[in-house]
Design a protein around this ligand. Structure first.
Ligand code: SAM
Length: 329
């Protein structure tokens, strides 16, 4: 196993989009009550007194939609200024990014991943559940703003849904030809919308790579991330293409992360729900940081076993209690 030093932190479970694969319209979600969210101070306490002392150095802010979290720029500033923070990144849908990109950058955020499932406004709106209002334009402006402000690398995440956006794979890949952007294709997982998953299922990354190879050729990239993506490049392109293949491949041996939900549950593995611990309740009931460190340390020890066990629950029939918006995607 890799050293586990990367924490993905969900700041909020709410989102202004209703992506079909994540929190589709009409789904009844039990939102976390405001008083159940980890506060700014609680989150910093957990980082400073629990996670950093046991070796976590890389943090990603996600959600739900992290830009909906009140005080997100202050949080960025406080986490970025911890001396031990080696990397601070964010995953966002970019809808509010145009007006926030500069403040986030000034606060110390340097890396940003943006979900962009389609270049076609109609398809985009269909995927994100536009509720009568087109959102593509403002999202694209957010992406441009992030680029102008200097976020580097700028990564675009595409969840490929057969019948929705799979015909755009070449157009999305073409974004990397003359831009230093990283487009990452993610296999659709059965978390969030089991019905759509059952209906349309997922496309193996290798099939997407073959389509791209047939058009331009494809080589393994020298630029490697530290995560689960297999990174390739169209020969001569400025940017790269990543493939995150959690359905067709097992990359548990490369897993370097845990996830902290907005209400303080620490989850050792995305693809199964074993072993989670409720840090917020412990913190609020006065359990001291050294005991919390011990609990998290124990979870780290058994993480390899948790990762490989029941991974099959992620391959088709497993029904997850929490969606990605609740876990922190
Ligand atoms: N709101 C932000 C955004 O849209 O990027 C951050 C949260 S969102 C849950 C983070 C990521 O989760 C998205 O980029 C999407 O790729 C991923 N995601 C959510 N549900 C998924 C699913 N069923 N299969 C694959 N990826 C999923």
């Amino acid at each position: 196993m890799n050293q586990v030093d990367y924490l993905r932190i969900s700041l909020i479970d709410r989102c202004n989009f209703r992506c079909q694969y994540c929190m589709p319209e009409g789904t009844e979600l039990d939102y976390i009550l405001r008083q159940e969210l980890l506060t700014h101070d609680e989150l910093l306490t957990l980082l400073k007194e629990v996670f950093i002392p046991i070796g976590f150095r890389k943090f990603r802010l996600t959600g739900g939609e992290p830009l909906l979290r009140p005080g997100v720029v202050d949080l960025v500033r406080d986490i970025a200024s911890l001396p031990e923070t080696e990397d601070l990144a964010m995953t966002t849908n970019a809808f509010f990014l145009a007006q926030m990109a500069q403040d986030l950058y000034n606060g110390g955020l340097r890396r940003i991943n943006i979900s962009l499932d389609s270049l076609d406004p109609q398809t985009f709106d269909k995927i994100i559940g536009n509720r009568g209002r087109s959102r593509w334009e403002q999202t694209w402006e957010g992406i441009q703003a992030a680029h102008r402000v200097g976020f580097d690398p700028l990564k675009l995440n595409v969840v490929v849904i057969p019948g929705f956006n799979d015909r755009e794979v070449l157009d999305l890949a073409a974004l990397t030809l003359d831009r230093n952007w990283h487009v990452r294709f993610i296999e659709f997982m059965p978390i969030g919308n089991a019905a759509l998953f059952g209906d349309r299922a997922w496309i193996p990354s290798e099939e997407l790579r073959q389509r791209i190879r047939d058009k331009w050729g494809l080589v393994e990239s020298q630029v490697r991330g530290n995560g689960p993506a297999d990174v390739f490049q169209i020969p001569g392109a400025k940017g790269t293409l990543g493939f995150i293949s959690q359905m067709s491949e097992c990359f548990c041996d490369r897993c370097n992360r845990m996830r902290l939900s907005a209400d303080g549950w620490l989850r050792p593995c995305l693809l199964n729900e074993m072993g989670q611990i409720d840090l917020k309740t412990s913190l609020r009931s006065g359990v001291n940081p050294s005991q919390l460190r011990e609990q998290v340390g124990q979870l780290l020890q058994i993480k390899p076993e948790i990762n490989f066990k029941q991974r099959d629950s992620g391959t088709g029939i497993g029904v997850y209690a929490r969606t990605m918006s609740q876990i922190g995607g």
